[in-house]
Design a protein around this ligand. Structure first.
Ligand code: NAD
Length: 254
């Protein structure tokens, strides 16, 4: 699918990978809607690219449905491109010191990362199904964001890895289900990227992480994520799989 003149929605577009993707798509000529919890940052990014921003919590299915209706009314048609970048990276041991359990972390992480992506996929896809097909029969493309933790989750990442594993695992059945409508579903599993999420880590942890990246031996740039999203949108033969974007990094146990 060509990006120019298409409507794209990007969750988590107020920051990091989502912001870079929103900017990239706007530069390529898309009309971009940013759905983010952080209204201030989302409005700033949307303002800089002539897009629109809507404050939502992606874990709320009705709010997602309503927000996509708003995008549809604003641009006059439903988006053909739906990219989920909204996510949280909470860490906790399953059973911590002195027996402290962490179901609250598991629950919240699954709700935002996995359920949030599921809700966006659901409510974007059901509208894409009603759009006219483009040349080649394509109606839309959905990109979800996993993490390399879906395969090499570290100690303390049980919740995060489970949420990202769910995103990777639902990619193929979703692509199979939506195939007859010409809607593709892909997932990107980033390694370690230079975003506010990573900036929150203690310096020694960040340094140790970078040491494990073979080449390029640095954190990934958000624009490199956007480049892969661009390729997924424009290359119709990419469907039903999760691509690691990681400089060959494999996360150590801790
Ligand atoms: P970030 O913190 O810079 O941006 C995340 C955005 O999501 C923020 O704008 C935040 O407001 C928004 N958000 C969080 N919870 C939300 C909710 N409930 N509803 C709506 N919006 C919400 O993070 P990032 O590094 O750009 O990460 C983007 C995605 O990529 C996440 O899913 C993350 O798990 C994944 N990822 C990031 C890295 C990395 O190294 N940065 C690596 C692997 C995977």
């Amino acid at each position: 699918m060509r990006i120019e003149n298409e409507i794209a929605l990007v969750t988590g577009g107020g920051s990091g990978l989502g912001a870079a993707t929103a900017q990239h798509l706007a530069k390529a000529g898309a009309k971009v809607a940013i759905l983010d919890f952080d209204a201030e940052r989302a409005t700033a990014v949307a303002g800089s690219i002539g897009g629109v921003s809507i404050k939502i919590d992606v874990s709320d299915a009705d709010a997602v449905d309503h927000a996509i209706s708003e995008v549809e009314s604003h641009f006059g048609s439903a988006p053909r491109i739906a990219i989920s970048c909204a996510g949280i990276g909470l860490a906790a041991r399953i059973v911590g010191r002195e027996g402290k359990t962490s179901f609250d972390v598991f629950d919240r992480t699954l709700k935002v990362n996995l359920y949030g992506s599921y809700h966006v996929m659901t409510h974007a896809a059901r509208r894409m199904m009603e759009l006219d097909p483009l040349d080649g029969g394509e109606r839309g493309v959905i990109i979800n964001t996993a993490s390399v933790a879906f395969q090499d989750g570290q100690l303390g990442q049980a919740a995060y890895a489970a949420s990202k594993g769910g995103i990777a695992s639902m990619c193929l059945p979703a692509a199979r289900e939506f195939a007859r409508f010409g809607i593709r579903v892909m997932a990107i599993a980033p390694g370690l990227f230079h975003t506010p999420m990573m900036e929150g880590l203690p310096e020694e942890v960040a340094e140790q992480i970078t040491r494990n990246i073979p080449f390029p031996d640095r954190l990934g740039l958000p624009e490199e994520y956007a480049l892969l999203a661009d390729q997924i949108i424009t290359n119709p033969y990419l469907n039903g799989t999760t691509i690691r974007l990681d400089g060959a990094v494999r996360l150590p146990p801790r």
